[in-house]
Design a protein around this ligand. Sequence first.
Ligand SMILES: O=C(O)CCC(=O)C(=O)O
Length: 269
Amino acid sequence: MRQVKIGICQMAVEADKTTNIEKAGAMIQNAARNGCILAVLPEMFNCPYQADLFPRYAERYPGETAEALSKMAASHGLILVGGSIPEEEAGRVYNTSFVFGPHGELLGRHRKVHLFDVAIQGGTVFRESDSLTAGREITVIRTEKAALGIGVCYDMRFPEMARTMVLRGAEILIYPAAFGPTTGPAHWELILRNRAVDNQVFVIGAAPAFNPLADYQAYGHSLVADPWGRIVAEAGQEETLLLVEIDLDYITRVRQELPLLQHRHPELY
Ligand SMILES: O=C(O)CCC(=O)C(=O)O
């Protein structure tokens, strides 16, 4: 048994950065008290999800938020997937997930590759590329507990990226995300379960809670899907710490019984 207890911090993101960092800290502490060895925050957890605000909240590494995350990981001795934050480097702003280890060390970072530029009639209109630059790397982070494939929100819609992470050894795909009221009910669960069943891995979607005062209405519904495509934990819309324990050996069992990855014909596609 390779048990991993995980805490997903579905927090309501507010306008004030320090308040958001403190709230994340309290939820991570709660996760640690509940025995979690992995905690996950949502996309843009320190900043309202508004393209015009990203440059204003952006930090150069190691800034205020990354330092706080590193300390939280170290003081609780857990692996922390720090959602994402606007990260500035050389005049460009990225949507970046920083991942810290149990001694507070930076294990890696993922810069969102696929920017969310959509105009859905009667629904969400968003242009991340107005203020963000896309990352150019696929991210798999090997930790002492599990190999983590990291994507940010819209990245989850690209099965090629998930497959690449899995072929590079990822056992858990983790997507800090912030789906909204248009695509959330339509696609959120479908996509996350699909990435799990396609790749026979665990998949985590970590969302902000619905906040009636926010400009962008997050859908919430953080969830964990297992390698069989089953939902093993799911939150509602409200602020909550979603706790779940998974057994990574289940990946091997599902792959032995249904050897999907061995049956591929990459020479044909
Ligand atoms: O793919 C979607 O429907 C939502 C994506 C999104 O909100 C994001 O990438 O931040």
